[in-house]
Write a protein that binds this ligand. Structure first.
Ligand code: FES
Length: 93
């Protein structure tokens, strides 16, 4: 397997996507096996749509709508790729 030259050494592909801890290192990696949603789809949705929660990722990509066991992994992607600038949660009186 040829390694993509753009990966930093710390996130180099090990060839074992299912157990790789490097979030964002493998676009074709399946984040959600039930719905066959890839890392590329999840990251793209988080960044382009400004998603912040697992439920938002579920609605936008369908990832996490099967057995639910990928929610922790989706949360890991959110922690890395979701915008850190957050609006006020609620300003209603
Ligand atoms: S692996 Fe994502 S819902 Fe089952």
């Amino acid at each position: 397997m040829d390694l993509p030259s753009t990966l930093p050494e710390t996130t180099a592909c090990t060839g074992t996507c299912a157990t790789c801890p490097a979030v964002g290192s493998c676009p074709t990696r399946l984040v959600c096996r039930c719905l066959q949603v890839t890392e590329e789809t999840v990251i793209s949705a988080i960044v382009s749509l400004g998603l912040r929660t697992v439920n938002q990722v579920r609605q936008a990509t369908a990832a996490g709508t099967g057995c639910n066991c990928c929610h922790r992994e989706i949360a890991a992607y959110l922690s890395v790729y979701a915008s850190s600038s957050s609006p006020a949660i609620c300003s209603a009186k």
